[in-house]
Design a protein around this ligand. Structure first.
Ligand code: BGC
Length: 390
């Protein structure tokens, strides 16, 4: 389909980074955070708490490690990213994603999609309907009048087949059967997580179908670059290489317009903190309860970052690279402290943000948007990279 796999041109300076790790502070200091600005846990969850049988299939925890001391934890339940440990500016290991200590935590908070792989259609489909080749399909509406992130039971709640192919890579596969959640076609999906030696988490997606369908896959990691459980992300600085975004109606469905960000609180073409304009009197911010909007990315060739975020306390910088034309920037506006995260932290309001690389919301109902149609014989392939430095 429209996504073609290109080799990332990011330099993987393995030897260089190992040399750096050996001679300066980039080597992680310890596994226990002592910084008084944070109470974050930096331990990976216990594998045993992910070993369950769900829908007759075994679930487990996979740990990826790179040569630099970074680690990632992933489960085949919903292909969730659970933890991502990278060093902060003081060289201390910091867990930059929100998640739970056990599978039950993810099951209970399913509607929040912490770290989940989202499909078959990420983001919203208006009124739970779309038409393909003249046939109307009706989906479960799980978000007011709309369908969000795949419907009643999306890919985030499925048990995937998984195989760890080396110490830094896990491959997850899932067969979404014809008409599962109302979508046509048997869709074979593969998601590969790789933790590279330059402290980047690469997420590669692939899918094929036997009937024409729509596909929009993304990852729903909630990041706090100061560390999970360290409070608000409003002081994080954000830059997004997008001159335009897709404004929405009051149910967060795009109006179809592509509007310039210039002169609006949506302009992150120059770095600004998340909180600097989030409370401005703006109807889009009001309806989204903050930022919950799709950015129309200027470039999406995976060679230049589409977004750069810096944690104010940790100095951790995250760069996002993607082949997707859009990115939903969501500032945890619906988080309200009801869930208990890893190490007992609460998911308080705006204590994380998500950057969901994807095709635009509601594309199947919006002919002017890039197409999300996948036909038999074509291969859906797309890559997103989250790269961490300090
Ligand atoms: C949506 C939000 C939603 C959140 C749920 C985001 O992708 O845009 O509106 O509340 O997912 O986790």
């Amino acid at each position: 389909m429209q996504n073609t796999l290109k080799k990332p041109t990011l330099a993987l300076a393995i030897a260089g980074s190992m040399f750096m790790a050996a001679c300066n502070q980039s080597a992680p200091k310890s596994n226990t955070m002592t910084d008084s600005t944070t109470t974050a846990t930096v331990k990976l969850p216990a594998a045993a708490r992910f070993e369950r049988t769900i829908d007759g299939k075994k679930t487990e925890l996979f740990i990826l490690k790179n040569k630099n001391g970074a680690e990632a934890a992933i489960t085949n339940y919903g292909a969730h990213l659970i933890s991502l440990l990278v060093p902060n500016k003081a060289g201390e290991i910091t867990d930059v994603v929100l998640g739970f200590d056990d599978i039950e935590g993810f099951q209970k908070a399913a509607g929040a999609y912490y770290g989940a792989t989202i499909g078959r259609y990420g983001n919203r489909l208006a009124k739970g309907k779309f038409t393909l080749d003249g046939k109307e399909y009706t989906l479960f509406t799980n978000n007011g009048p709309n369908t969000l992130h795949g419907g009643k039971k999306g890919f985030d709640s499925m048990v995937w087949d998984a195989k760890q192919t080396d110490s830094a890579t896990v491959e997850l596969s899932y067969l979404s059967k014809d008409m599962e959640e109302g979508f046509p076609g048997n869709l074979k999906v593969k998601v590969i997580y790789t933790l590279t030696d330059d402290n980047a988490l690469k997420v590669s997606y692939e899918a094929t179908t036997d009937k024409t369908t729509v596909v929009n896959l993304t990852n729903h990691a909630y990041f706090n670059l100061n560390g999970q459980g360290t409070g608000s992300v409003l002081e994080h600085s954000v830059k997004i290489d997008a001159d335009a975004y897709t404004p929405v109606d009051s149910t967060l469905i795009p109006t179809g317009k592509i509007e310039p960000v210039k002169g609006t609180p949506f302009d992150f073409t120059a770095a600004a903190t998340i909180g600097s304009r989030i409370e401005q009197d703006n109807i889009q911010l009001k309806d989204g309860k903050g930022y919950d909007h799709n950015y129309v990315l200027n470039k999406h060739d995976i060679s230049t970052p589409v977004a750069t975020v810096v944690g104010d306390k940790s100095g951790i910088k995250m760069e996002v690279f993607t082949e997707e034309p859009g990115m939903q920037f969501y500032t945890g506006n619906f988080m309200n402290g009801t869930n208990t995260l890893k190490g007992g932290a609460k998911d308080e309001h705006r204590t994380a943000f998500a950057m969901e690389t994807q095709h635009y919301p509601d594309s199947p109902n919006q002919p002017a948007f890039p197409s999300t149609v996948l036909k038999p014989g074509a291969v859906y392939k797309t890559v997103t990279i989250y790269k961490f430095s300090k």
